[in-house]
Design a protein around this ligand. Structure first.
Ligand code: FAD
Length: 555
């Protein structure tokens, strides 16, 4: 084909091609031919670009493909003209990444000109990688430890109830998503296919290559750890530099000749002052002390909505059965996920959040005397329970008015209540759904054993949740039980509290991605309120790196 020039020829992308779950691989060619109205012999090549499934009808589950199809140039032109009104037949998009700018060979930074990235989570990691690939040798500053050492500290909370405030599930190399399910999808608008660039870099760093074709890819914790190390090596080889165990404690802001506020440098926790005129701030949603410093330095910051609730655990087999019926455990489908939503009569939305099939609930606190839940899994998703956040929306106007940082105070309040309700030893407070619905504390587990470590203390969850949240959850659970048999089974266990669903603040930026009132500061990722999840945070990191590089190299 290459000899005939076919490789260079753009392809067609056929989307929403549906085939039965158990179709033979030979069934694809005739299905494509029928859908495009061409003979099988006209199809020179085809390759799966994405595969998902449609399980709305349990007894007729279908696989849903996007397929790239190569025809001869004449055939392709004919098909495109004939199917011009068909939105599922289009030229294959060009998803390759192009750097908008690159540093000239031998580029040397003047004082304060070397770009700095604060935070080595998905946003900071991709920002650092792109800057390094552009030849701009970034400095990456991370308050937590390198990922291997961080892993030990994280496990110390889970196994021995010892929390290290600077090295835990939220803080350290890899950021908040390192000990996670590693779900890698997002609903962001992505016209430049930056998500693809992220996935390609993850595969280069050791992620399984099925993440490039699965509609709902995930990586799991162990692989994330090695990937993050491999990406660090790449950044360092390109001249980038990491500083672990170093927290940015303050921001030096000057007023320039034109009367504009401009970032001049960073005060670090080791006492050093680092001159820095362009800084990507990718600190994640748990950097509460850093948000306070920014507020005190007059950086524009506002409160934003987030959600609060519990983690709920079911046997994975129950979820598989409810979603896939007789096809449960089918190897192509894997452990089932779900997404549920209900509009409660008190005006609140209740929804499932960050669902982790075959995983475990984890202790996700980063501050002493507080308890927070979240979920993780391994690539195999083979653990006994499924877990998901079950959360209720809250807004600044209604629930924490008056101050840009009021959402943080609210999070802290309920996390402290959860610590006390759990027995003041980092166990999570928990309750069975049957007792929760009946309004009485739980005293013994039923058939479902929760996975949270260092343990679950049975109690009444209303001790550590606002009334409007418990009211909305009590209304939603039976509704969800009607949608998924067994969802509200009396033995199902809920643990709390889930408070870090997204950032409680937005560090607002302009079109140039710089802070509204502080030039040189590029707030990015989840903490800045511009992403929610690994993939969207990483994409935002690329965008921030590009904006910074364009500004730097234009000067
Ligand atoms: P973060 O990942 O939070 O990284 C911020 C980094 O900045 C941290 O490493 C922190 O130590 C550092 N930092 C903070 N302040 C400072 C400072 N002052 N100085 C220096 N360094 C600082 N998302 C998904 O898409 N899929 C999932 O399956 C998933 N599961 C999750 C499971 C768990 C247990 C958790 C906690 C989160 C999960 N998430 C998941 C959410 C996801 O991890 C976040 O959305 C994502 O990590 C945000 O990326 P970020 O780079 O913006 O911030």
């Amino acid at each position: 084909l290459a000899a005939q020039g076919v490789e260079a020829h753009p392809m067609l992308r056929l989307t929403e091609l549906k085939l039965p779950l158990d179709h033979a691989s030979e069934a694809m060619l005739p299905a494509i031919a029928a859908r495009l109205g061409v003979g099988e012999a006209q199809i020179l090549r085809h390759a799966v670009a994405k595969r998902g499934n449609d399980a709305r009808r349990k007894n007729a589950i279908q696989l849903v493909y996007a397929v790239d199809v190569t025809l001869s140039p004449q055939d392709e032109a004919e098909v495109l003209a004939r199917l011009a009104g068909d939105t599922h037949v289009r030229p294959t998009p060009d998803t390759s990444y192009r750097f908008p700018v690159r540093a000239p060979e031998g580029w040397q930074a003047g004082e304060g000109e070397r770009p700095v990235v604060i935070g080595a989570g998905p946003c900071g990691l991709l920002a650092g990688l792109i800057l390094a690939q552009m030849g701009l040798r970034p400095i990456i500053i991370e308050r937590g430890k390198a990922v291997r050492e961080r892993t030990k500290d994280t496990w110390a909370l889970w196994r021995k109830s010892v929390l290290t405030p600077e090295s835990n599930v939220q803080f350290g190399e890899g950021g908040a998503g390192t000990f996670s399910d590693g779900k890698l999808y997002s609903r962001i608008k992505d016209p430049r296919h930056l998500g693809r660039k992220v996935l390609v870099e993850f595969v280069k760093a050791g992620a399984p290559d099925d993440i490039l074709t699965e509609a709902h890819p995930h990586i799991g914790t162990f692989r994330l750890v090695t990937m993050v190390m491999s990406m660090r090596e790449t950044i360092e080889k390109l001249g980038g530099e990491y500083r672990f165990g170093t927290r940015v404690d303050d921001f030096a802001v000057e007023t320039d000749a034109a009367g504009e506020r401009r970032l001049a440098g960073l005060h670090l926790s080791n006492g050093e002052y680092l001159p820095a005129r362009r800084v990507i701030m990718a600190v994640g949603h748990s950097a509460r002390d850093t948000f306070e410093v920014l507020y005190n330095r007059g950086v524009h910051i506002e409160a934003k909505p987030f959600a609060i609730g519990v983690r709920i655990e079911h046997p994975q087999s129950l979820i598989d059965q409810a979603r896939y019926g007789a096809c449960a455990k089918h190897p192509i489908l894997g452990p089932a996920a779900y997404a549920l939503a209900h509009q409660a009569s008190n005006g609140r939305s209740v929804y499932s959040f960050c669902m982790c099939p075959g995983g475990r609930v984890v202790a996700a606190a980063s501050e002493e005397g507080r308890v927070v839940t979240n979920g993780m899994s391994q690539y195999s998703r083979a653990e006994f329970n499924a877990n998901s956040g079950l959360v209720v929306d809250i807004t600044p106007e209604r629930d924490f008015p008056g101050h840009p940082l009021a959402g943080i105070a609210l999070q802290r309040h309920w996390e402290e209540r959860a610590f006390v309700a759990g027995g003041s030893n980092y166990q999570a407070p928990g309750q069975k759904v049957g007792d929760f619905l009946a309004g009485k504390p739980s005293s013994a587990f039923g058939s479902i054993v929760p996975s949270y470590q260092p343990g679950v203390h049975l109690t009444a969850l209303e001790e550590c949740l606002p009334d409007f949240v418990t009211d909305a959850l009590r209304e939603a659970l039976p509704v969800f039980g009607r949608q998924m048999a067994g969802y509200d089974h009396p033995d199902v266990v809920m643990t709390g509290v889930e408070t870090r669903t997204s950032s409680p603040v937005r560090i607002t930026r302009g079109k140039d991605l710089q802070s509204l009132n502080t030039r040189g500061l590029y707030p990015a990722g989840e903490g800045a309120g511009y992403a929610g999840g690994i993939l969207s945070a990483a994409v935002d990191g690329i965008r921030a790196a590009e904006a910074l590089a364009q500004d730097l190299l234009a000067g």
